[in-house]
Design a protein around this ligand. Structure first.
Ligand code: ADP
Ligand code: MG
Length: 737
């Protein structure tokens, strides 16, 4: 008998085990059992052979009339001729000559499969079958066979679905008792089967309901393990000591607020309060602040930073790119005014200093910054990854603010945290709004604050579609519009999905949007290699073309990630200084660029971008008092899913709604990270949006368990499963979402 940890070869033999390992990376009995069916088919009522239509899934009751083995192209082919009295047809098996022994002439059986044709004759290739031994009640056998619910597995390489089914069957037959990590009382609470029952039912269900319940239990398991891991992490954080940071009534924060040129929005007030409360606790704050571009996160972060400076602490702001770090430095210095000039003649007496630390500083400048950081003069330190390097020492790091969480891993967060005496408070900011369950799943160890309101005085952004297939002349109109905007003294962005034109491989069939959409509908995905960006507009082609064509006379400049950082910098600042009218760019402008004078954006091949990404991109215009216009160019056909997606973007400015649409359409792997596609993954079934209810339920259970038993001492098997998940995710998904 086998247990879950047993190697597959113990049960299936070397050959099959090796093939499974090669094809799917499976090693253990559990790996195979967790290769769940994608769906099920029911073998229907019996059909007469004479009535069969090609393409139908059918079951026939027939008698073998002749069997022949032949060889073709190095394969053995077993041809079995069967008849049911109404007509004859052939069944074909490749490389399974051994079936000749049981499929003898005169034997009766039921055969199920999809009707194909070969040289004009209808046939079933590799049908499922069940033979009816002489003397058995045919009616009974038929009822049992034809009503059966058959699994369809994700197949691969040498492993068609039926072969996986066969291997799973062998494994299930030899499966020993297995220990269930899900505590019995929880399984009972939800009416779930045991783990063993669930494996049996998901692979060999007696009814659709049984399969559904098994799948629900296994999905719940995944959600619960994940929530346990996150709840454990929260509780570990809670048990750490941190220095409480209190705000005084007449300190830096109130002086700063007295000088602010605007009133906080209600959302800002509430979140300020939450953060203030968090940081007064004797354990580290661990908070995610989400809000759209321009919703006013920076001011909140700045207030939090000033509050730790009041008690002699320092704050670090970690930005994903050099450009963003510089922009933060400018914004924050400006907001602080003379409060940022402590120790200088212009200084207000009260205040602090802001230091910028990035990779491109000269050695002298770097040295100077490092010394102000280590002696504590710089209360606010803004930088990129350079902040994480060895030589950076803080006098008293009290707060770490991370901008755009998804670009930082936990290790990086930790590296910075190690620079503090006690664990610092942590505030993570993201402009990609995410639905609650996703936040719970991906950022489950963070408390979440959400800014839903934009400060008033913001101009609206209008978004329109340009379907170039149907209305090519609209594109000319778009270029004309840019010219008009520039004539009014404004500026524009043109965004393209590629940097350079791809080398076209003429031998390859061109993949159209229709292909992509079809694949998506079928639950498939066309790989990025296959896509290879064929036909997409590139910055390097478009910029010169427009400069000498439709936008002749305007000052255009290309901007993309392959340029040197000096060139990028120079281009950005020239754009900010209005020396450039139109920036032709890749998505490098997605984060950070803040030019209030830019009023228009044209996004080429916009169907190539995700919904949230488009929303982020267009957030670059309409930032000042000028209304923004965003044109989404696409050659997707009119009623395609791609166009629907673009219409959704054009139809709303609600980032939450859009991020839902986005997540709905993306494959989940993107949401939960790569780990999900790996065979070892513990997250195979869970879908963050579809399984919202299960996730909520699992979270409740996990919090309950961890509150009583944070180390899971009373649940050794459960603790083991959680530790496996932890190993998996440490390399991967949770923190890099
Ligand atoms: P985010 O960091 O969320 O993208 P910012 O904090 O940069 O947003 O705010 C965007 C702009 O709005 C900035 O110019 C900022 O000074 C301004 N702003 C922030 N809060 C308010 C407010 N309550 N009222 C008016 N303007 C505000
Ligand atoms: Mg900002």
């Amino acid at each position: 008998m086998a247990i879950l940890e047993d190697p597959l070869k113990k049960v299936l033999g070397d050959r099959t085990a090796e093939a499974l390992s090669k094809t799917f990376g499976m090693k253990s009995v559990e790996d195979l059992l967790r290769h769940y069916p994608r769906r099920y088919v029911t073998r229907g009522e019996l059909s007469d052979i004479s009535q069969l239509i090609e393409g139908d899934e059918v079951t026939i009751l027939a008698e073998v009339s002749a069997v022949k083995v032949r060889r073709a192209n190095g394969r053995t082919i077993l041809d079995v001729l069967v008849t049911d009295g109404s007509a004859k047809m052939s069944l074909t098996f490749f490389n399974q000559a051994w079936r000749e022994k049981e499929l003898r002439a005169g034997v009766k059986g039921m055969f199920a499969g999809k009707v194909g044709s070969f040289k004009g004759t209808r046939q079933l290739s590799h049908p499922d079958y069940q033979l009816i031994p002489d003397g058995d009640d045919v009616d009974n056998a038929v009822d049992e066979f034809a009503g059966k619910y058959l699994p369809v597995y994700p197949a691969g390489g040498k492993f068609p679905s039926w072969k996986i089914e066969q291997s799973v069957g062998i494994v299930l037959d030899s499966l020993d008792e297995i220990e269930d990590y899900l505590p019995r009382e929880i399984a009972d609470e939800f009416g779930y089967p045991t783990l063993r029952e669930a494996f049996l039912a998901i692979h060999k269900p007696k009814s659709p309901e049984e399969a559904d319940l098994a799948r629900e239990r296994l999905t719940f398991d995944e959600a619960m393990l994940l929530q346990l891991l996150l709840a454990q992490r929260r509780s570990e954080l809670r048990s750490l000591a941190a220095t409480p940071r209190k705000i005084s009534t007449d300190g830096l924060v109130s002086i700063f607020e007295g000088k602010l040129p605007f009133k906080y929005t209600e959302g800002q007030i509430e979140i300020n309060r939450e953060i203030e409360n968090d940081m007064q606790q004797p354990h580290p704050m661990h908070r995610l602040l989400q809000g759209e571009v321009g919703s006013g996160k920076t001011v909140i972060a700045l207030r939090a930073m000033l509050s730790v400076i009041e008690s002699g602490g320092q704050a670090a702001l970690l930005a994903p790119t050099e450009v963003l770090a510089q922009q933060h430095f400018k914004t924050i210095s400006k907001l602080l005014g003379d409060l940022a000039m402590a120790g200088t003649l212009e200084g207000s007496g009260e205040g602090t200093q802001v230091a910028l630390l990035t990779g491109s500083l000269t050695n002298a400048a770097k040295k100077e910054a490092l010394s102000r950081i280590s002696n504590g003069e710089a209360g606010i330190v803004i930088g990129t990854h350079a902040l994480l390097s060895e030589g950076v020492e803080f006098a008293d790091l009290a707060l770490v603010v991370v901008d755009e969480q998804h670009r930082f891993g936990v290790e990086q967060r930790d590296a910075l945290r190690m620079k503090a005496k006690l664990p610092p408070h942590l505030l993570v900011m993201t402009a990609t709004p995410i639905p609650r369950t996703v936040a719970m799943t991906i950022f489950g160890d963070l408390d979440v604050s959400t800014l839903r309101q934009l400060p008033s005085g913001r101009s609206a952004i209008k978004t329109h579609l340009i379907p170039v297939l149907e209305k090519p002349h609209y594109l000319d109109r778009a270029w004309q519009r840019i010219t008009e905007e520039v004539a009014k003294g404004h500026q524009a962005y043109i965004v393209a999905p590629r940097i350079t034109a791809p080398e076209v491989d003429e031998t390859k069939a061109k993949i159209t949007q229709a292909d992509i959409d079809m694949a998506r509908l079928m639950g498939d995905e066309i790989s990025s290699e296959e896509l290879n960006g064929e036909g997409m507009v590139s910055v390097e082609e478009l910029a010169p073309k427009l400069a000498t064509g439709a936008l002749k006379g305007l000052k255009l400049a290309p901007l993309h990630g392959k340029q040197s950082s000096e060139l990028k910098e120079a281009t950005m600042s020239a754009f900010a200084l209005k020396e450039i009218d139109v920036l032709v760019s890749t998505t490098v402008i997605e984060v950070g660029v803040d030019v209030p004078n830019a009023s228009m954006m044209v996004i080429m091949d916009s169907d190539r971008f995700g919904v949230s990404q488009l929303h982020q991109l267009r957030g670059r215009v309409g930032r000042g008092s000028v209304p923004g216009l965003c044109l989404l160019v696409s050659s997707a056909p009119e009623a395609s899913p791609a166009m629907e997606r673009l219409n959704a973007v054009a139809g709303t400015l609600d980032g939450f709604e859009l991020s839902r649409i986005d997540l709905d359409q993306r494959r989940e792997g993107d949401v939960l990270g790569r780990a999900q596609s790996g065979t070892k993954s513990h997250l195979r079934l869970l879908r963050v949006l579809r399984d919202e209810d299960l996730i909520e339920k699992a979270r409740g259970v996990a919090l309950r368990i961890i509150a009583d038993d944070p180390k899971l001492v009373g649940y050794p098997t459960l603790a083991h499963e959680v530790s496996l998940l932890k190993q998996e995710e440490s390399s991967d998904f949770l923190d890099k979402g």
